[in-house]
Design a protein around this ligand. Structure first.
Ligand code: 5GP
Length: 194
């Protein structure tokens, strides 16, 4: 997505060769119009997949899942990062290690909202180590739903996440794929014409 790549070049800040700050337009202050376009881009990519639910993880995936769900005309679900103290038998749960926070936490989704009848599109802000998305994939597996694909807004292609997800055979669509970065320069893997 050319517009997203341009915006990352303009307003993204590579703190070093691994961490990209995008909190002026993607994950703290949020560009609402760009977020809606991101949702439309994911919806267009997966339009033939009869998606019934969009799934993400709190907090920084929520607005992208909302935009995608709105574009597809389906609900979205955000996995919660802390297991509820009661009713654990009513939850699909798995543990996820956070790249940015350096800690492991439990993510959960109520069994009420995901079932074997569903066709799920997973959406998140970043594909880095892939752990968050693998955790969401595990939640979908537990529910028996069909996973139609994964949409990542920003993929850091130099990290291991894409390879780990590809190994599971899932379809992955990333809107901006960063090949390498430094505080001076961000290089994308595929420059898009539009
Ligand atoms: P994972 O390593 O599991 O693929 O990424 C987990 C989460 O860490 C992402 O959803 C995202 O919120 C955060 N994250 C990973 N890499 C970056 C980064 O370079 N910049 C920012 N702002 N967040 C990141």
């Amino acid at each position: 997505m050319k517009k997203l790549q341009d915006r990352i070049r303009q307003d993204g800040v590579a703190l070093n060769d691994r961490v990209l700050k995008v909190d002026s337009f993607l994950n703290h202050q949020v560009d609402s119009a760009l977020t809606m376009e991101i949702g439309q881009a994911f919806a267009a990519e997966f339009k033939d997949e009869r998606v019934t639910k969009v799934l993400t993880i709190e907090a920084s995936g929520i607005h992208f899942a909302l935009a995608t769900g709105a574009a597809l005309g389906v609900p979205f679900i955000y996995a919660k990062k802390k297991k509820a103290v009661t009713l654990t038998e009513d939850l699909y749960t798995t543990s996820v290690h956070s790249f940015t926070r350096g800690e492991t936490f439990t993510v959960s989704v109520s069994k009420r909202y995901l079932s074997a009848e569903d066709r799920v599109l997973i959406v998140d802000d970043f594909l880095a180590t892939g752990d968050a998305l693998l955790g969401l994939q595990e939640i979908v597996r537990q529910s028996g739903a069909h996973l139609v694909g994964i949409g990542a807004v920003v993929e850091k292609s130099f990290q291991e996440g894409r390879g780990k997800l590809e190994a599971t055979g899932v379809r992955i669509h990333s809107l901006a794929r960063i090949q390498s970065m430094s505080p001076e320069h961000i290089e994308f893997l595929e420059e898009e014409a539009v």
